[in-house]
Design a protein around this ligand. Structure first.
Ligand code: F6P
Length: 343
């Protein structure tokens, strides 16, 4: 590579989330305006790099996308280092070939844990790579927060707020299942913000007995309804049932209290990013462009104690950031009488 990076590629990989376009804009505009680079956007995650499908991202293409949900580049769950049945191509070799043919000086991978792992592999293969952490799940190791999380918490909180009134009218137990994969961040934050009575997260083992005891106690205290916020990733004793279904069925069975279940699903990932996510994604994007300009490759941009920083991909790859069972917010919740189904 000559002295200054001249041409960079960007891709968004894994599940989408609010703020991806803000991050693309943050990298792209800073790279073009501040550092005079050319920017290429690969379509549909790593598939775009494998198939050499891309669009040029000039300033006008990067305008008007800050508030847009989804990703203008598209995404996929393509994992180039994982051979699947029927794979005939050496995908990492194709990626290396296309990276060289396009004269790239760096590849920016915007994604979650899986993407950071692939980014690390590519770095080890000799490409210059920068990672930007995104996901509604907030579970990327090495950063205090991923963009997408704040928007998802906002959406889930609004849903919980709405459940309160209908639960009260009908004197029901309401179970709401939120996303988060194997982490309980969305359930914990939205559960706290929405005034949930019980919050079940994968990091804390629950029992149905404890959940039912809490709900019965509330009814005895003339609290006519209960809100149970359940993370999708909690342990379940049987297959072919969702977390929310399992908890709701068992509450009704063992307490006799009428119970309903809501699964929030992909609504949590769609739509315009919250103001905080727009800012975080823009900071990450601009920070990533600065790392490239300084030739600091093999790193993921990150947030630590409110400050923008970076961490080597070697330290990120393959790890998860979960809720510590003694997390400050868990303790505060317990002190308010909120149950985690373990007492
Ligand atoms: O990682 C984000 C996430 O939305 C998780 O919360 C959820 O478990 C998963 O993606 C859903 O994945 P898919 O888009 O493959 O259905």
């Amino acid at each position: 590579m000559s002295d200054k990076p001249k041409r960079i590629g960007i891709l968004t990989a894994g599940g989408d989330c609010p703020g991806l376009n803000a991050a693309i804009r943050g990298v792209g505009k800073t790279a073009i305006v501040e550092h005079g680079m050319e920017v290429i956007g690969f379509t549909a995650g790593f598939s775009g790099l494998i198939n050499k499908e891309f669009v040029m991202l000039d300033e006008s293409r990067l305008s008007g996308i800050l508030t847009l949900g989804g990703t203008i580049l598209g995404t996929s769950r393509e994992k180039p280092f994982k051979m699947t049945e029927g794979d005939q191509n050496d995908k990492p070799a194709l990626i290396k070939k296309h990276y060289a043919e396009l004269g790239l000086d760096c590849l920016v991978c915007i994604g979650g844990n899986g993407t950071m792992k692939t980014a690390l592999h590519l770095q080890r293969e000799g490409l210059n790579v920068i990672g930007i952490p995104k996901t509604i799940d907030n579970d990327v190791f090495g950063t205090d927060e991923t963009f997408g999380f704040d928007s998802a918490v906002g959406i889930a909180t609004e849903a919980i707020d709405r459940l309160h009134t209908t639960a009260n009218s009908h004197q029901r137990a309401m179970v709401i299942e939120v996303m988060g994969h194997n982490a309980g961040w969305i359930a914990l934050y939205a559960g706290m913000a929405g005034g949930g009575d019980i919050i079940l997260i994968p990091e804390i083992d629950y029992t149905i007995g404890s959940v039912c005891k809490k709900i019965e106690k509330r009814f005895e205290k003339k609290k006519p309804y209960s809100i149970v916020v359940v993370a999708e990733g909690i342990k379940l004793p049987k297959k072919n049932v969702t977390a929310g279904q399992f908890i709701a069925e068992n509450i009704q069975l063992f307490t006799g209290i009428e119970t309903r279940e809501t699964r929030l699903g992909y609504i949590q990932r769609g739509g315009s990013p919250s103001p905080m996510d727009r800012i975080l994604a823009t900071r990450y994007g601009a920070g990533a462009a600065e790392l490239i300009a300084q030739g600091e490759f093999g790193k993921m941009i990150a947030l630590k104690g409110g400050e923008l920083t970076s961490i080597p991909l070697e330290e990120v790859g393959g790890k998860l950031r979960l809720v510590a069972p003694d997390h400050n917010l868990v303790i505060k919740a317990r002190n308010l009488g909120i149950s985690f189904g373990d007492d």
